[in-house]
Design a protein around this ligand. Structure first.
Ligand code: CAA
Length: 389
């Protein structure tokens, strides 16, 4: 019998602060419906200067890892495009904060929002060769485009922690994924810049072209049809983007089939609507959102995942939902977590945005009001200071 490998647990963390998209629209003299419907976002996570990708990853992983998991983890793969050092990997700080064993490998991966998918596929291969091991894959980012930039309403941030192992509780990965890479300048962040540069409309076109390509290639390769899937998930830089890709997939669907996919898509974008872009974590927040919110999802069903990273790289793959998928969320009530966040005004968000410390700066960061377990206290002697409450 073939060994099942896949996602055993998922944990998610975002900050305790958000800005309401209606308020942001008023401040920017835009019609609120442009953001609520046109972009498809209701709230945007505001990442305070006391959180960075390492602390967000630690806070996400702490929600799912038991002592037994920590013993079994022998590889930490940290995917981010919000790196904090050109040499040292975020995964090394993370492994120490979480109290993982020292007999492990810990590395960082980068390819824009595609990074975590590469991490999952690497983890799958590693587990196939080392079935007693578990791999912790992290997708963590702080999506920054700049105040008053066109990308501003598509910011956000947070971390998703994925535990990969044999006999997974949530999703068993299938063979046959299709990948596509082409050197394209749709979105990038040159060294030394703290905000991404983006050719917005072009990036949408590339995203949709890459989706059409890997989706069709996947159907050709596997022989599956739309009806073989219970839901399709997408990288969601903002939720309207996924809807545009879904419409491509549904262009020849029967009406009843289409209704089901649209309903599941609504469940899959519920949390992303409330948080904004996580960059590499967005697809996996959408997976969590579907698992948490769908009433129809059943063990044995197939879901398809479309991963996209600007620059550009895409992959389509699938997995089979496992009987214990709800247990894999470790009883965290994410609706409550999101509802208990505090709203900040647009001017407060702008202030927090400016207060972030980057790479070679020195200084302390205010963290007293940050309720998270792990936080960033500042930089001294060019060394980042991480602490636990
Ligand atoms: N009511 C309803 N809808 C409205 C509206 C209203 N009152 N006013 C405007 N809209 C609609 C528009 O019709 C448009 O819809 P369509 O896309 O369906 O045409 C939508 O709102 C957005 O309006 P604009 O096109 O005028 O918006 P914009 O020019 O200000 O910028 C954007 C939109 C290009 C997405 C910009 O926010 C951006 O650059 N974002 C960052 C880049 C990005 O996320 N790209 C995605 C692909 S790349 C990727 O996925 C990787 C990644 O994570 C970055």
């Amino acid at each position: 019998k073939e060994m099942k490998i896949g996602i055993d647990k998922i944990g998610f963390f975002t900050s305790h602060l958000f800005v309401d998209m209606k308020e942001l629209a008023f401040a920017r003299a835009e019609d609120p419906n442009k953001y609520l419907i046109g972009i498809g976002q209701s709230k945007m996570a505001v990442i305070p200067p006391s959180q960075d990708v390492v602390t967000m990853a630690a806070n996400a992983a702490a929600r799912i890892l038991t002592t037994a998991d920590k013993e079994q983890i022998s590889y930490v793969i940290f995917a981010t495009e919000s790196g904090i050092d050109n040499s040292k990997a975020t995964a090394v700080y993370l492994a120490r904060l979480l109290g993982l064993k020292k007999e492990i490998r810990a590395i960082e991966l980068k390819q824009a929002c595609y990074g975590a998918t590469a991490g999952i596929q690497l983890a799958r291969g590693f587990v196939a060769l080392n079935p007693d091991s578990k791999v912790l894959v992290i997708a963590a980012d702080n999506a920054r485009y700049g105040i008053k930039s066109p990308g501003e309403p598509t910011q956000g941030g947070g971390a998703v922690a994925l535990l990969i192992g044999t006999n997974p509780q949530i999703l068993a990965l299938e063979d046959g994924s299709t990948a596509y890479t082409q050197d394209i300048m749709d979105f990038w962040r040159p060294l030394g810049k703290n905000e991404a540069l983006v050719d917005g409309r072009y990036s949408e076109d590339v995203y949709l072209n890459f989706f059409s390509h890997v989706w069709q290639a996947y159907l050709d390769k596997t022989g599956y049809q739309l009806g073989d899937f219970a839901a399709l998930l997408f990288h969601l830089p903002y939720t309207k983007m996924g809807l545009k890709a879904l419409r491509i997939a549904l262009k020849d669907a029967r009406p009843d089939e289409a209704v089901n996919f649209v309903q599941e898509f609504e469940h899959a974008r519920t949390f992303n609507r409330e948080v904004g872009n996580l960059y590499t974590g967005s697809l996996y927040l959408s997976l969590l959102s579907l698992l948490f919110n769908s009433e129809k999802l059943r063990a044995g069903q197939r879901i398809g995942l479309f991963s996209y990273g600007s620059g550009a790289e895409a992959e389509f793959y699938s997995g089979i939902v496992q009987p214990n998928f709800k247990q894999g969320l470790m009883n965290v009530n994410y609706l409550q977590v999101l509802n208990e966040r505090q709203e900040v005004s647009v001017s407060e968000y702008e202030k927090l945005y400016q207060q972030h410390l980057f790479s070679a700066q020195e200084g302390r960061v205010a963290y007293d009001t940050d309720p998270a377990r792990y936080f960033f206290a500042g930089i001294s002697d060019f060394k980042r200071q991480y602490q636990e409450k």
